[in-house]
Design a protein around this ligand. Structure first.
Ligand code: SF4
Length: 327
């Protein structure tokens, strides 16, 4: 019987699909939950401190709520400094944890060993994994096309760009259905009138936002996100037939400098006017803001979000001033 395997972030899902199991990115389940704020409260009631990131609290409570998820692959290196404690609190509740590490120095042998361990755990083979990669790459190409239609022909909104790319972490649990949806979305997008030329073109960098209406608000103000940095990485934009290389070129779990190189390249290619650096409250990644500010040569707005929900008044005022300044 197919098993639902929770993920704390993007991992080589080829292994899970090859094994006939179903990967479930817990982040996506949490943030699309009508009661996402309630999940955060549940974690706090269970004893999670107030000053811990909202995503971590949401992930914790979401897994406990979803009875189908009995096993979670937790990325212990390359994602979040809170994952160890998160794993321990799940273990306390009887959830089985499979740790996965992205080696900090991108060592191909170490990465191969990590994937090997997953293959052994899920009782599949390299042959099946590579066949699955070929199939998933075809779907990823559709998402790359959606990305192109966002920045090159200006026919896709920042939100849909975010949505399709962020969904590549688990293909919404069913790659074939996702593929059909992406194909029909592309057809409709190609028939759309392009966005006007005088809009402000923004890049969004950092972890995906916990804020529900950010893209919508920006478009209301004639600005559009045409580059979603981390979400784009989930779609594996650097094409290669080698699966080890694919997860080495994926920038998110490694050092910030490769991410910066990717961002600089896309700022130029996409003609980006300004960057929104999203920093989650209580996230260690907030420290990286100082590096982005030194290395990127376009105006940057650092926007902080805490709990799930719409933009607060202070953030809307800061966005308004930023857009005014860019104009
Ligand atoms: S936002 Fe930061 S602290 Fe929160 S889960 Fe992501 S990496 Fe961890």
């Amino acid at each position: 019987m197919k098993k639902y395997i929770g993920l704390t972030t993007t991992v080589p899902i080829e292994v899970l699909f090859a094994a006939g199991d179903i990967p479930v990115d817990i982040n996506n389940i949490f943030i699309n939950d009508q009661d996402a704020s309630k999940r955060v409260e549940e974690a706090e009631l269970a004893g999670y401190p107030r000053n811990v990131c909202g995503w971590i609290k949401g992930l914790y409570a979401t897994v406990l709520q979803k009875e189908k998820i009995k096993k979670v692959i937790a990325v212990t290196q390359g994602d979040c400094s809170n994952t160890h404690a998160l794993m321990e609190t799940w273990q306390l509740k009887g959830i089985e944890i499979i740790p996965f590490d992205f080696p900090y120095n991108r060592d191909p042998d170490l990465l191969k060993m990590q994937i090997d361990k997953l293959i052994t755990h899920f009782n599949t083979t390299w042959k099946k994994v590579l066949e699955t990669k070929n199939e998933l790459d075809k779907i990823r190409s559709l998402v790359h096309e959606i990305d192109r239609l966002t920045w090159e022909t200006n026919q896709v909104s920042g939100f849909h760009n975010h949505l399709y790319q962020v969904s590549c972490s688990d293909f919404n649990h069913n790659p074939q259905t996702f593929k059909t949806q992406a194909q029909s979305f592309i057809e409709k997008a190609k028939a759309q009138q392009p966005y006007p030329n005088d809009e402000i073109r923004l890049g969004f960098i950092g972890v995906p936002p916990i804020i529900s209406n950010l893209y919508e608000y920006l478009e209301k103000k004639d600005a559009r996100v045409i580059f979603n940095e981390v979400q784009r990485q989930f779609s594996m934009p650097n094409k290669t037939d080698d699966i080890i290389e694919q997860y080495r070129l994926y920038t998110y779990p490694y050092d910030v400098f490769a991410r910066i190189e990717d961002i600089q390249q896309e700022i130029k290619r996409r003609n980006i006017h300004g960057i929104i650096h999203y920093a989650q409250s209580f996230c260690f990644r907030q420290i990286e803001d100082l590096i982005f500010r030194q290395k990127l040569n376009v105006p940057i707005l650092t926007l902080e979000g805490d709990k799930p929900g719409p933009l607060d008044a202070r953030s809307t005022m800061r966005i308004d001033s930023f857009l005014e300044m860019l104009r």
